[in-house]
Design a protein around this ligand. Structure first.
Ligand SMILES: Cc1cc2nc3c(=O)[nH]c(=O)nc-3n(C[C@H](O)[C@H](O)[C@H](O)COP(=O)(O)OP(=O)(O)OC[C@H]3O[C@@H](n4cnc5c(N)ncnc54)[C@H](O)[C@@H]3O)c2cc1C
Length: 313
């Protein structure tokens, strides 16, 4: 049994790429051409590339192209080589202690992979609660896997309103049974399977808007705009989509600012885990994301093969 949301059927791939923007699709082109069984997990409705009205500075498109058209062409290109794309959000990554490699969980499925490329772009949805910064590391955490242990048997909250928030609340059950899910005024948007899991475990959902976090030296509760308060020892932030830095924290990858730290081979320093594109920081450009995706894939393939890989003859 693997994790609280484990499925009986485990889908196995050599490489799972998280994020189907320019970086992830570029990585997939190389891994699928190298005949590595490749899956791309992509949360379909987000991503910087979809916001690009006219991509005017990508070599080879003299008349410009919209981000959406560019994506469609890129998807067609990688499908030619057998890569699969599934429109599911990766919610959680962990090491596969029973085998080797990694397990990526979505709300619907679990996927096993020998190697990973994290290419989720940049996440912008941070909670807007005035005094939240004051409590980071003092009861406010961004990682259940890293910090859940410190809140054993305590009353804690997860701040989130989508599948990712619900999934983090379910993961917290490993440490405490006293959990609430706070949406901070947002309407809850979670799948039935996760909602059922919350209900089965008495995790209540509070949709009231938060005014401030209460506490002197550390968190001891929250105050809502309607004047109500609740006592809490910890608050785990899991707003919106799970992003690169959330995965990085879980896997023990170094983070710099809001970016995943990679070396010149786009390796994260964790065996067979690479990262590419906007989520690694630096200049946020399609050409750079595509280049980093290729670099990550070539070096991941080399690490898998144990010998230098060249993608042409
Ligand atoms: C308005 C705007 C205009 C721009 N104009 C230009 C331009 O003219 N030229 C240029 O070169 N660059 C431009 N950029 C920048 C460019 O779009 C980015 O640098 C590029 O898209 C980065 O690619 P990426 O693959 O790293 O990330 P993204 O394009 O952000 O793609 C990441 C993908 O990962 C998915 N994802 C995220 N989290 C998960 C998860 N947990 N599970 C599964 N999937 C997930 C997202 O939904 C998304 O599809 C612009 C950006 C914006 C916002």
């Amino acid at each position: 049994m693997v994790g609280l949301l484990a499925q009986i059927i485990m889908n196995e791939y050599e490489i799972v790429i998280i994020g189907g923007g320019p970086a992830g699709l570029s990585a997939a082109l190389y891994t699928s051409r190298a005949q590595k069984k490749t899956l791309i997990l992509n949360k379909s409705e987000e991503g910087a590339i979809k916001k690009v009205e006219v991509l005017d500075n990508y070599l080879g498109f003299p008349d410009g192209i919209s981000g959406k058209e560019f994506l469609e062409l890129a998807k067609r290109h990688i499908r030619n080589f057998g890569a699969e794309i599934v429109e599911e959000e990766a919610l959680f990554i962990k090491q596969d202690f029973e085998g080797s490699g990694y397990i990526v969980e979505t709300a619907e499925n679990s996927y096993k992979a020998k190697g990973l490329v994290i290419a989720t772009g940049v996440k912008h949805d941070r909670p807007r609660i005035g005094n939240i910064g004051k409590f980071e590391g003092l009861g406010v955490s961004y990682c259940v896997t890293c910090d859940g242990f410190f809140f054993r048997d305590s009353k804690v909250a997860v701040l989130g309103f989508k599948d990712y928030g619900a999934k983090e609340a379910v993961e917290l059950l490993n440490y405490t049974k006293n959990i609430v899910l706070l949406t901070n005024g947002r309407t809850i948007e979670i799948r039935d399977r996760l909602r059922q899991k919350l209900e089965e475990n008495d995790i209540t959902i509070i949709e009231d808007k938060i005014e401030e976090i209460l506490g002197d030296k550390a968190v001891n509760g929250v105050k809502f705009e309607n004047g109500k308060t609740i006592e809490l020892k910890g608050i785990f932030i899991a707003v919106g989509t799970s992003g690169a830095t959330d995965f990085a924290r879980t896997l023990g990858i170094q983070i710099e600012g809001n970016a995943i730290k990679v070396d010149s081979s786009n390796s994260t320093g964790i065996p067979l885990v690479y990262s590419a594109g906007d989520c690694t920081g630096g200049n946020k450009q399609v050409a750079i994301a595509v280049g980093e995706g290729a670099n990550a894939a070539i070096n991941l393939i080399s690490e898998l093969k144990g010998t230098k890989y060249v993608d042409y003859h």
